[in-house]
Ligand binder design. Structure first.
Ligand code: FMN
Ligand code: SF4
Length: 405
């Protein structure tokens, strides 16, 4: 384990031998590597849950422009509030992450990899550079990887500069190209037109570590874990009002209640699943499952204890989005500011029922019309808090608002 220790439970990754995944991949054709990843049912661990095999297939089929080459980008921006699980993988299992990038490169025919590292993680960079140097010295990066002629691939680390939106894959690519970190219109998607206009696979840190484990142990092993539609295990960053916060690994499909028991939060009032852009679940929903078919998440779980003021929680998230909206499109730029204004009115007891209804209708517009995932998901917490905690919010407000929805 790296000297900068992290508070976490034992992980399956601790049992995966570095090198085993790449060795297994080298015995397969490119198509068979992708077939193995597809057969595992692995879905992206960065939040959106896109099937990894499908993404790689598209990138493998895409044509390189003007004699350039394809890219693999590891998204290590980890900017979602309450998320700190990629940090553990980068500190303790960087080899598995770089190996996943190398396997992706082999599968799609990429020559260059970029690790886009969250600005605040700059302290990890020396450690990561040491791991990269060791991989070059041992023939696992560079020209002719593992003595296979023509398999040339190397990885460079590039630093983010602290913008949450730069975790969105097209904004990330803009930032890598030296532009303002603003999301692009999609299509075209990065698998076709990504970094420098070339086919680019962007995957989350955990997705890439998963790939190493899947190639090492087989798709069937991975698929046997988790729920029917959400294969495998998942890392969770658990914080807030619980006895044992930290990074945990659970199979997908675990109920919120089981998770709360494990972290010591028997009296939780609510749980914010998926960070600021996720949803706020109340105690009556704790039997719901953390899985793509139920409550999906990139891994952030914030436990809210009995003493939490839910309007204050909503304000906290909205302040974040007002600060982090890139301002490119109106629903997000103006919508987040309007929602914050509404919360301030609620705090002062000046928000009428009609105005609150207008705000909830604005949320729908933002979810439908915003250009990227930031504006599409920023109203989620507001909507779920206003829906589930009406009584508390109405109770503190002198103006009678009636039913919110
Ligand atoms: C505002 C915003 C921030 C995001 N931040 C991250 C992030 O920090 N890390 C990440 O892996 N994905 C993040 N994503 C998702 C990426 O756009 C992309 O879906 C992901 O990197 C793809 O990798 P995966 O398929 O392996 O999950 C973010 C998306 C949005 C809309
Ligand atoms: S939704 Fe928000 S962050 Fe995304 S492009 Fe529009 S203004 Fe920028």
């Amino acid at each position: 384990m790296h000297p900068i220790d992290s508070k976490r439970t034992p992980l399956t990754y601790d049992t995966i031998e570095p090198g085993a995944g790449l060795a297994a991949a080298m015995k397969k054709s490119r198509a068979d590597i992708i077939a193995e990843v597809s057969a595992s049912n692995l879905r992206g661990r960065g939040g959106a849950g896109f099937p990894t095999g499908t993404k790689w297939n598209l990138a493998a089929a895409a044509r390189v422009k003007d004699g350039e080459f394809k890219y693999v980008v590891c998204n290590a921006d980890e900017g979602e509030p309450g998320t700190f699980k990629d940090r553990v993988l980068l500190l303790d299992h960087a080899d598995l992450v770089f190996e996943g990038m190398t396997i992706a490169a082999r599968a799609i025919g990429a020559k260059k990899g970029i690790l886009y590292l969250r600005g605040e993680y700059v302290y990890m960079r020396p450690h990561l550079e040491v791991v990269l140097a060791r991989r070059r010295e041992t023939g696992r990066l560079g020209e002719g990887i593992l003595r296979v002629a023509g398999f040339d691939f190397d990885i460079e680390i590039r630093m983010g500069a602290g913008a949450y939106v730069c975790g969105e894959e097209t904004a990330l690519i803009e930032s890598l190209e030296g532009h303002r970190g603003e999301p692009r219109n999609r299509p075209p998607f990065p698998v076709d037109t990504g970094f420098l206009g070339q086919p680019t696979v962007v995957n989350n840190v955990e997705t890439l570590a998963c790939v190493s484990a899947i190639l090492a142990k087989g798709a069937a092993w991975f698929k046997a874990i988790g729920s029917e539609r959400s294969a495998g295990f998942k890392l969770f960053s658990i914080s807030g009002d619980c006895a044992r916060p930290g990074v945990y690994e659970f199979p997908l499909g675990i109920t919120v209640r089981e998770l709360l028991d494990r972290v010591g939060a028997p009296d939780a009032k609510a749980v914010q699943v998926g960070g600021a852009s996720g949803v706020c679940l109340t105690a009556s929903q704790f039997e719901r499952r953390i899985a793509f078919e139920d409550v999906a998440t990139g891994g952030s779980i914030i436990v809210l204890g009995p003493g939490r003021d839910m309007l204050h929680v909503a304000r906290n998230f909205m302040e974040f989005f007002v600060e982090e909206s890139c301002g490119q499109c109106t629903p997000c730029r103006v919508g987040n500011a309007k929602l914050l204004e509404g919360i301030e009115k609620l705090e002062r007891g000046e928000c009428s029922t009609a105005y609150l209804r207008e705000l909830l209708s604005l949320c729908e517009t933002m979810q439908l019309a915003s250009k990227c995932g930031l504006g599409q998901s920023s109203p989620n917490a507001f909507v779920s808090i206003m829906t589930h905690f009406q009584d508390e919010i109405l109770g503190r407000t002198p103006v009678a608002m009636g039913g919110v929805r």
